[in-house]
Structures are given as structure tokens and as C-alpha cells.
Design a binder for this molecule. Sequence first.
Ligand code: NDP
Ligand code: GDR
Length: 355
Amino acid sequence: MSEERKVALITGITGQDGSYLTEFLIGKGYTVHGIIRRSSSFNTSRIEHLYQDQHIVGKKSLTLHYGDLTDATNLLSIISKVNPTEIYNLGAQSHVKVSFDMSEYTGNVDGLGALRILDAIRSCGLEGKVRFYQASTSELYGKVQEIPQSETTPFYPRSPYAVAKQYAYWIVVNYREAYNMYACNGILFNHESPRRGPTFVTRKITRFVAGIALGKKEILYLGNINAKRDWGHAKDYVEAMWLMLQQDKPQDFVIATGETHSVREFVEKSFREIGIEIKWRGEGINEEGYDENTNTVYVKIDEKYFRPTEVDLLLGNPTKARKELNWELKISFDELVQEMVAKDIEYLKNNDQYN
Ligand code: NDP
Ligand code: GDR
């Protein structure tokens, strides 16, 4: 008997989650196809270690295709050519603050992008054959309605990013019900790693702390340090994406740690990794983080990082995923911070500066 086909197509493969998911799926024996955007410089650094030129190695486990979530014809052509058994839609303009500056573009990519893939699946006649994962987000909960947040908590999106993702969430539910598609939303809370984009707050902090450890003398400017997030490790979260597509019936799941920490705490913990205890003084925009022993100021506030509408507190309840997917968190918050600071120090030691 022929072996079961395991062919995954990933949008957003060059991003943090795309890279971990690709590693995970190749480890499970999948053939992986990824959609990458044309860029004037190389944008595949996160997956470079997985990509081997097909002319050099015999068996090819990763193939890349040029494409974009705004280009329906291109998506249709890739899906019909690849004939995937699973599609993971991770591609997005994923920065919440940037979405206030690029609201229409964000709506197009993050909202309509999901629709374009679902329609392409239908046009190829694959709706009964392919399983679809949508990268939904805890940003849907936005303004706090309930703590902790679960699959039944009402949405109240607070940014163009979150509003676009809400469209994507509901179009997935609608196509599942209307066309009997195996399509799931993973409502993932924040997840980080050494591969996190450098403009997200955790990586911004750990890169800065690495610089201080290696003797740099700089100030870290942050926005709202009172915001609280439920931060997990991306490696744990990509496993949950895969698990959602291996069930008997398609459902939506919250993936979270069940713990919340403020940005302030993330700063303190990161500095502690290099032996510095951060204390806070001043108020509001004048608040600063400093080392009492040396009276050195390391952190200041810059209004430019404030958002027009903020999400104050996210805390997820992953009970359903634990019970129904048998999903388990393996990496703790402390381990996450340790790994991020250590990897940034290592990187900076070997590279002089970030490119
Ligand atoms: P990243 O920002 O690291 O990666 C985003 C990916 O999307 C990149 O590969 C990027 O390509 C690609 N992309 C951007 N615009 C387009 C476009 N127009 N067409 C095709 N691809 C595009 O995000 P993460 O890996 O952190 O997140 C993955 C997904 O999960 C995103 O959809 C995000 O919104 C969502 N999410 C993330 C969470 C998190 O905490 N990380 C939590 C909940 C949801 P390029 O490299 O060329 O820029
Ligand atoms: P978030 O992540 O908006 O939760 O979206 P981000 O790390 O950008 O912000 C987290 C919180 O930190 C506050 N903050 C700052 N944020 C940034 N980026 N830079 C700063 O200097 C700064 N100072 C304080 C923010 O105001 C916010 O409250 C991420 C993305 O990955 C989304 O794609 C995903 O959907 C959600 O997580 C879940």
C-alpha cells in the first residue's frame, strides 16, 4: 500500500513561527512548501539551515515559491501545483503598532489574505482534501472582557491588525460551516524565541540587554511598560498548530501558558540574567529604570511607542487544548527569557553588531 501523502504549504515561512513549524514538520516526515515574498535582499535567514538546493541533495524536503497574500492568481497557481494536504496560513503584517500606520494594507493581507487562500482551495476542488490552519490571535480579545480569556470570551479588537484578524477568524468559521471544510483557528497568545522579530518588545529588550552585557552604553526606549502579556515559546506553539490539524473534526483552540507578566517584569528578568537589578523611579513618561548600585539609567519611556488604543492585559486559558489536543507546554517563562538573552549575547559576540 502507498504511504500517506504528507505535504504542507506554509505562508509566512520566513517568519518566526514559519521557521519553527518547518523544522517540526520536516521532523515528522512532511514535504514542506513555503511562500516567500520577493525582496531586494535575502529574507530567508530563519530557514537557511533547512533549505538545501535541490541540485545538491537528492531528496528535497523544502521548496520555496514566490508569492504574496495579496495576489489571488498566484495563490491559486501555487496551491494547484503543490496539491497540499495541509495549509498553514501564517503570513501577515504582524506588527500591531505598524497596523495603525498601514491599516488598509494590513486589512488586505491579514484579513482578505485568508479568504484568498480559502477560495483558492475551493477553486482547486480541494475543500474535502486539504486541512487549513489560520493564525488567529489573542489580540482579538483586545479590551478586557473576561480574565482569563478562553474560546468563549467575546472579541473586542483594538487595532487595525486585530480587526483584520477578526475578519479572517470569522471567514474560517464561515467556510467551515458553509462548505464543510476542515479549517481551524488557533487563537495563539504571544509567543517569542531567539528568532522573534527585533521590533517586538521581548526581543527588543533581550537584544539591548545583550549589548549592555558586552559593554555598550545605551538607553532602551520603551512605550507602555505596564502592558501585560501571556508569553510562551514559539517552539511549543507550532506543535499545537499541527495538533489542531490531526483531529477528527475541525475546531478552534486557545493556546497560552496561563500566566501573565508585565513588560516591566520582562525588563527586570532580562537584566537579572546579566546580574543587574533594575529599579524604577519617576512617573508616567518620566519613569526610568536604573541600577541602584551604579545609579546608571538603562530604560526610559518614549511616547512614540504608545499605541492609539492599547491591549492592557492578556491571560489565556489553554484548558481545551490541554484536554482535547493533549498539548503540553514544555518551556517556561523563565527558560524563555534565559534562552533569548543568552542567544542574543552569543550572536552579538560573534557578529560585532546586528545586521
Ligand atoms: P512574523 O512577523 O515573524 O512573520 C510574518 C510572516 O509573514 C513573514 O514570513 C513575512 O514575510 C510574511 N508576510 C508578511 N506580509 C506578507 C504578504 N503580503 N504575503 C505573504 N507573506 C507575508 O510573524 P510570526 O511568525 O510571529 O507570526 C506568525 C503568524 O501568527 C502571523 O500571522 C501573526 O499575525 C500570528 N500570530 C503571532 C503571534 C506571536 O506572538 N508571534 C501570536 C498570535 C498570532 P517577510 O519575512 O518577507 O516579511
Ligand atoms: P503585541 O506584541 O502587540 O502583543 O503583538 P509587542 O511585542 O509588539 O507588544 C507587546 C506589548 O509591549 C508594549 N510595548 C512595546 N511594544 C513594542 N513593540 N515596542 C516597544 O518599545 C514597547 N514598549 C512597550 C506594547 O504596547 C504591547 O502592549 C504580538 C504580535 O506578534 C502579534 O502579531 C500577535 O498577534 C500578538 O503578539 C499576540
